[in-house]
Write a protein that binds this ligand. Structure first.
Ligand code: HEC
Length: 279
């Protein structure tokens, strides 16, 4: 870890962190921007100990409570929104239901609470060493086994933008055909939870991993058994791959994988060209 600090210049890294700017949007409209060193004016930082799923060990971060921050930035009406989308420097883009922020305690970490650099070694992603700042969304998961079962889902790092959104309005091209089976509908929900932060379908979703539907669906060139293996154990297919396996703790894991494949198959019939043109 020290070598990266030396390479980038440790003081440079810290200065860049303080002056980092976070953008807040509500349904596409800019609400405001905040420099990281201004967060202290609206929220109270404290140390938070979590199970760090990316490293499979406990760690302590300095963090601001998410609900307090949202109340200050968006006003209390954020609670009536549907989803919160997080934009990240590495193009990871999870969309997390507001209900989860009301049911569990989320925090924005901005530093380690010990002497360690604000970085981690992502054991889920080929041991890649990643910086966490400016903001890193974490959950008070030591008191919730449900949250721990989710692994690193909904824990975006390098967050630079936070946006209130309606899922249907922001990601219309992800929806399966109207008459799709319940299996496909469940697969869609799983895909939203476990895949869409990295991958796009019809150009919508995260830009960290390949498009899976347009112009050719993965189900047209990868057999179902290998699609399952991509989720179950990606490195058994591609050496050094940056794709993480679906977390071992995922409830009903086998069924989840089958339903995701059903969703991907159904999307073959609703291919839409990526791009800004409305449908
Ligand atoms: C943390 C980011 C991330 C998540 C989450 C993720 N993937 Fe991936 N995925 C990748 C990356 C990166 C690649 C490219 C890997 C490579 O080529 O080595 C990839 C590759 C794939 C491929 C192979 C595509 C091809 O054409 O070769 C499939 C299929 C796939 N992912 C499906 C899924 C599914 C289904 C999920 C949800 C269960 C998922 N991925 C979740 C990052 C992710």
């Amino acid at each position: 870890m020290a070598s990266i600090g030396v390479m980038m210049g440790l003081s440079g890294l810290i200065a860049a962190q303080d002056s980092a700017v976070i953008e807040f949007r509500n349904k596409g409209e800019m609400v405001g921007t905040l420099r990281l060193d201004e967060f202290d004016k609206i929220a109270t930082a404290s140390p938070l100990r979590i199970f760090e799923a990316h490293e499979q060990r406990a760690r302590i971060y300095q963090a601001y409570p998410a609900r307090q921050l949202f109340d200050q930035v968006f006003g209390e009406e954020w609670r009536a929104a549907e989803e919160i989308v997080f934009l990240c420097e590495d193009n990871y883009q999870p969309s997390i239901p507001v209900a989860k922020f009301l049911a569990y305690d989320a925090y924005f970490a901005f530093a380690s609470a010990d002497d360690s650099l604000f970085m981690l070694t992502n054991v889920l992603q080929n041991n890649e060493m990643v910086k966490l700042g400016p903001l890193y969304l974490v959950w008070d998961n030591l008191k919730s086994s449900e949250l721990r079962e989710e692994g690193a889902v909904d824990m975006p790092y390098q967050v630079i933008g936070i946006e209130l959104a309606s899922f249907a309005a922001r990601f219309p091209k992800l929806f399966p055909p109207v008459k799709a089976s319940q299996e496909v509908q469940r697969g869609f929900l799983h895909f939203r939870k476990y895949c869409i932060a990295c991958h796009t379908i019809n150009g919508q979703g995260g830009g960290k991993a390949p498009e899976l539907n347009y112009p050719l669906s993965v189900t047209e060139y990868i057999k179902p058994e290998y699609l399952k293996r991509w989720m179950d154990n990606p490195s058994s297919i591609r050496y050094n791959t940056a794709m993480p396996a679906l977390a071992a703790e995922t409830p009903a894991r086998e069924k989840v994988m089958e339903e995701i494949i059903a969703y991907l198959q159904a999307m073959r019939t609703v291919k839409r060209a990526p791009g800004k043109a409305p449908e």
